[in-house]
Design a protein around this ligand. Structure first.
Ligand SMILES: [Zn+2]
Length: 597
């Protein structure tokens, strides 16, 4: 998709990066820039900086960086065109659409329209005394749901019929291809005919926060189907890893906390019992995207996962994911019920409310897990438990919190707080030392360009890569250097580059430079991932703070690069079967060139 440059420029005119990023994280002025906690990695000292002058940001901790578009790509998890759309909406800029985009936009719109028709059809079937008898019996008798709740969630029933929905949608003018794209039908490989995907299932429409029916989750009632739940796969209007079931309702009731369950049925049961802040992920384990979305709506998540071992393992995993986005997590522990739905049915809403109040903090949960693994009546086991717990407490940042936990453990194990505190402190200094070692290893590696995921080739050609960095930084920053290269005043071409990441950067910069309107940093988003954009922002930033950025620096870097590349080729030729290697390389180049022709 080609983004009209005018749109990007209009957005940049109207969008101030400090306001934009300030609406995601708390920024503090620091000289002419702003600092804040990085939204992309967890850190204790803010190394995330926003530069109003260049309308850019950079994190010295995780090297995320770029402009407003890169920021939105990363924090909203959007691709470049959608990030532009997002900011266009926010700033009130219109995006003129090409015919192809109209078509693509239409396909998403048509998916939603088809879904809406399907949802109505499923609902009619559920309320049909004959077709929906089995489904209705299941919901009312087995699940104890009332008609108002069934209606509120728009529940429906997909009849046990291969062509029921396909026929309805065809009548409405949708093609089989469209239905397939919307994950409403499959096409039989044998007969080539379309067949209903969802059959003999209770249907839960998934509604996004703007009210579109984006997908379906179907629960088997016949019992003969392989999968208990069948969920829509990703479609042009739906991505599993980013959607939460019932967030459309819960978003208005969750400033204090969200309850995260495993299944749709739990969510419906909780809402019906008055807990309107319950959501579930859809046929997928919790993702970082889910956690980030939740963090937008609430401060605390209560995990109401199933009480079986798999559920508890999933809870452990989820805690780690939530910690990354800074959400406070508590864990609900149900006894004598396998999930929230069953618990409420057995013991009622009030008991569940009590359970919520007693939900354990992450530490309580870990404490209990450790205690369940060791029999503390045996001295050896008690020591093991104490050691494990001290190590966990040592990782807690706040000293007040550590003190509370130490007291709790001392109490549980019958040990003195002093001895535990000593152990925790020893663990802390051990961890700090390990951390420092890791940091310095990391610094060493990055000085040697090893472990560089964005430009792995840099490790093999340190000198050339460094010269390339200078060149890219200068070209990103100064129009005069881009002109010098495009007018051949400074002789530099793609072939001169050693690492393919820098070569791509060079090519993209020059393509934009020679296009109507010239180079614009924000337009690079079309060619690079947000991580790569971060690297480009870093290279730009690195040059920006230097005083010497004139033509001699550029020429010097180009000379260094060319010399380093020759040296590298000669070295490779002499170390590895000499000439042959060089020849093979040349042949490959020739072949590549002819292919490109
Ligand atoms: Zn960071």
């Amino acid at each position: 998709m080609r983004i009209p440059r005018e749109v990007v420029e209009a957005i940049k005119d109207r969008c101030d990066i400090v306001d934009l990023i300030g609406s995601y994280v708390t920024l503090r002025r620091a000289g002419s820039n702003y600092n804040g906690p990085c939204p992309f990695h967890s850190e204790r000292t803010p190394s995330f900086t926003v530069f109003p002058d260049s309308q850019s940001f950079f994190c010295f901790g995780c090297e995320a960086g770029g402009d407003a578009f890169t920021f939105i790509m990363r924090s909203e998890n959007l691709d470049y065109p959608n990030a532009i759309e997002f900011l266009a909406k926010r700033t009130g800029v219109d995006i003129p659409r090409t015919a192809e985009e109209e078509k693509r936009g239409l396909s998403r719109k048509r998916v939603y329209e088809m879904n809406l028709i399907a949802a109505r059809f499923f609902r009619e079937c559920l309320f049909d005394p004959v077709l929906g008898r089995e489904g209705m019996a299941y919901l009312q008798e087995k699940r104890g749901l009332s008609v108002p709740v069934i209606r509120r969630f728009g529940l429906g029933f997909a009849p046990n019929d291969f062509t029921a929905l396909v026929t309805v949608l065809k009548k409405e003018g949708y093609s089989e291809q469209e239905m397939k794209e919307a994950f409403l039908c499959g096409i039989s490989q044998k007969s080539g005919r379309a067949y209903d995907y969802f059959r003999n299932r209770i249907m839960f429409p998934v509604i996004d926060t703007t009210g579109n029916v984006v997908a379906f989750s179907g629960r088997d009632v016949g019992g003969d189907s392989k999968a208990k739940y069948l969920n829509s796969s990703d479609t042009p209007g739906f991505q599993k890893r980013k959607h939460l079931y019932a967030l459309n309702f819960a978003k208005n009731h969750c400033t204090d906390e969200l309850i995260l369950c495993e299944g749709n049925m739990d969510v419906v049961a909780l809402h019906a019992a008055g807990f309107e802040n319950a959501v579930a992920s859809l046929g997928t384990a919790l993702t970082d995207d889910h956690a980030r979305i939740m963090a937008k709506y609430t401060k605390q998540v209560i995990l109401a996962y199933d009480s079986d071992e798999a559920g508890q393992r999933a809870a452990h995993r989820a805690m780690g994911i939530f910690a990354k986005v800074g959400l406070d997590v508590r864990i609900l522990q149900m006894r004598d019920a396998k999930d929230p739905d069953e618990f409420i049915k057995k013991f009622g809403a009030d008991r569940f409310r009590q359970l919520l109040k007693q939900s354990r903090t992450g530490f309580d949960f870990k404490l209990q897990t450790v205690l369940s693994r060791h029999d503390i009546a045996i001295p050896d086991e008690k020591i093991k438990a104490a050691n494990e717990l001290c190590e966990i407490i040592a990782r807690v940042y706040s000293s007040a919190e550590r003190e509370v936990y130490i007291t709790a453990v001392a109490d549980k194990l019958g040990l003195s707080t002093e001895s535990l505190k000593g152990d925790v402190d020893r663990n802390r200094s051990k961890q700090a030392k390990a951390g420092r070692q890791q940091d310095s290893r990391h610094a060493q590696l990055s000085a040697m360009n090893l472990g560089d995921k964005i430009n792995p080739e840099a490790a093999g050609s340190v000198q050339a890569a460094a010269a390339e960095e200078t060149i890219i930084g200068l070209l990103l920053l100064y129009a005069e250097h881009r002109k010098a290269v495009s007018s051949r005043l400074v002789s530099l071409a793609s072939e001169n580059f050693v690492t393919s990441f820098h070569r791509r950067a060079f090519e993209a910069i020059m393509v934009l430079e020679q296009s109507d309107g010239g180079f614009e940093f924000s337009l690079l988003g079309e060619y690079f991932t947000p991580e790569e954009m971060g690297r480009l922002a870093k290279l730009e930033q690195k040059r920006r703070v230097l005083t010497e950025n004139g033509t001699p620096v550029l020429r010097g870097a180009v000379e260094t690069l060319i010399a380093a590349k020759e040296k590298k080729e000669v070295k490779e030729a002499s170390t590895m079967d000499g000439l042959q290697m060089l020849l093979a390389g040349k042949r490959k180049n020739i072949k590549k060139n002819t292919e490109e022709d």
